[in-house]
Ligand binder design. Sequence first.
Ligand SMILES: Nc1nc2c(c(=O)[nH]1)N[C@H]1C(S)=C(S)[C@@H](COP(=O)(O)OP(=O)(O)OC[C@H]3O[C@@H](n4cnc5c(N)ncnc54)[C@H](O)[C@@H]3O)O[C@H]1N2
Ligand code: MOO
Ligand SMILES: [Mg+2]
Length: 655
Amino acid sequence: ADPSADQSSRLLRAFFAARESPAWDVTESRIVSDDKDAIQAAVTEWTAVGTGVDLVITTGGTGFAVSDCTPEAVKPLLQKEAPGLVHAMLAASLSITPFAMMARPVAGVCNSTVVITLPGSPKGAQENLSALIKLLPHACIQAAGSTSSRALHSGGIPALEKQAGIARSPEGVENLPPSVHHHRHGHHHHSHPHPHVHKPPKPHTANTLGASVTRRHRESPYPMLSVADATAIITKETSLGAIVSHPVSAALVGHVLAEDVTAAESVPAYRASIVDGYAVLHTDGKGIYPVTSISHAAPGPTAPLHSGQIARITTGAPLPPGATAVVMVEDTLIVETTADGTEELTIEILASDLHSGENVREVGSDVTAGAVVLRTGATVSGVGGEIGTLASVGRSHVKVYKKPTVAVLSTGDELVQHDNDTPLQFGQIRDSNRPALLSAIAAAGFPTLDCGIAADRPGALETALRGALAAADVVVTTGGVSMGELDLLKPILEQSLNGTIHFGRVAMKPGKPTTFATVPLGTAKKLIFALPGNPASALVTFHLFMLPALRKMLGAVPHELPRVSVVVEQDIGLDSRPEFHRAYVAFGPADGRLHAWSTGGQRSSRIASAGGANAVLCLPARDSVGDKRRELGVVPSGESLDAILWGQVGVWTGE
Ligand SMILES: Nc1nc2c(c(=O)[nH]1)N[C@H]1C(S)=C(S)[C@@H](COP(=O)(O)OP(=O)(O)OC[C@H]3O[C@@H](n4cnc5c(N)ncnc54)[C@H](O)[C@@H]3O)O[C@H]1N2
Ligand code: MOO
Ligand SMILES: [Mg+2]
């Protein structure tokens, strides 16, 4: 009777408008009288084949009053009834009020559209809808006949079934006959203006390749993941590299062993002297003895030693057979030389209480043949200990996990090679991401492949990506993953490369549009990190997401970068997103703690914020912290924060 009194419709529209990821688009609402034919006419129109409406909800007319006839009107239109939805609504309402016993909702599918009858009371309607809302995206996708994440870019049903749910079917409005199309966007109940009357119609495709800019998404269809969830997905999708045989050489450094290494031979392989001095029979004791032979650390036979004789010997040289101990030269005196004074003839042994084996390295006393000297999972460090151990037991090759080769591709028409010496044209910038990432990846020990710059055109991007995928195990791109009409990475990954986008947005600063995908290629599954174009965002997300994944492929345990507690030496401002604030971390000898300083302006375009940084401070979102920090909007100087280390910590010299 009075449309302005329609509370339920307003509340339900607000309910849908408040939901993001997935977003719902309420395209039309209408008031009809409690008349079975009028109700059926409206529902039939909206659920007709080809309209693309995913969901029709009614509110009102579900009770016991004489005029209540909504269930009677809707039920015969349903080709499939959904008693489960009805059950969920009733259960939710019954937990709130016993009057729910008198509700008579129906729910089901008509053509490709889900239809639900809600009660008329604003509160009841919202309670019932809340009970179903999590499941509705999935229900709509099923009803629309699409189950694949690929529909995201091909027709408007969002990815990730469990989270999805834009109120559209794959047919999309563009396929409608003109009359219906006109109706969908032209006909509105007079007192219920179209909710998007001030905006162009919502697009039904996310940067569909070849579609015009007017059809791009105005809200990202990708759910916003937490950093932890995004990390977990990457870890799950990342597998150990293949096991390969690698020469024991400097190039082995940084690899992780894929076998237990046993010693094929004993070290030492002969009884060797630990000191420079004289080999003796320990039972002979103090006294003057003739030097009857000489043993140097060199291959070759050594004459046997008998009681009453001694042999001059150097460190590491083989003991003459029969010798049982070695006396250091410092514990002897020279008694007699040859006439020309160049050779020793007799020596006085001053040491007493010699025991058998004194100053002797027995066979296998450093390493016994057959013993394990290095275990699977050991990292061959640059310290040299592992290479030295492998060399000492005679290994020429060892099994390791293959290091992934990483291809680096920059995208963007504005980019020029950094060392191009012609002056920049208006609108050009130098490509800083590629040299920065190539260096960071190489410094972390991974082989790299420079794939240059790809233009912001689907064909060029696809060709560049295919080349990178064919040549490398992991591909990293920068740019083209946000909301611009030339942000083409996501649609190309899905539509052209048959890839799966595992996530396309992360709740973090910088790095919000960080995208992670896998692409099947033959029997292999290649990883693609499509990082944001902003230079600081690219470096932060590389260290946070990609470097740990590369380390996992390598076999490193743990594969995460070290996380430590630091004392901040300045107030550090908090953002509404969890932030990774570039910082310099140094050890303070005075208090034995790690201290941190900001690298200055943190805007994601400012690559200098990563200059001098050896860590990022892990700042919680402002709203998530305790009262004091929230009020101040800062973590005050002197307080502690977690930091993720990117490089070696410095030492605080007090300056
Ligand atoms: N409407 C919205 N706009 C933007 C959003 C958003 O959520 N809604 N997110 C912003 C955030 S956050 C970031 S980060 C960027 C990400 O942008 P893209 O990944 O799409 O990258 P581009 O648009 O291609 O470039 C962004 C920026 O970075 C510069 N760039 C790109 N490549 C390089 C390179 N190799 N070396 C140096 N600089 C590079 C480029 O010129 C742009 O200035 O989107 C925001 N927008
Ligand atoms: O996430 Mo963006 O990386 O803030 O600039
Ligand atoms: Mg962009």
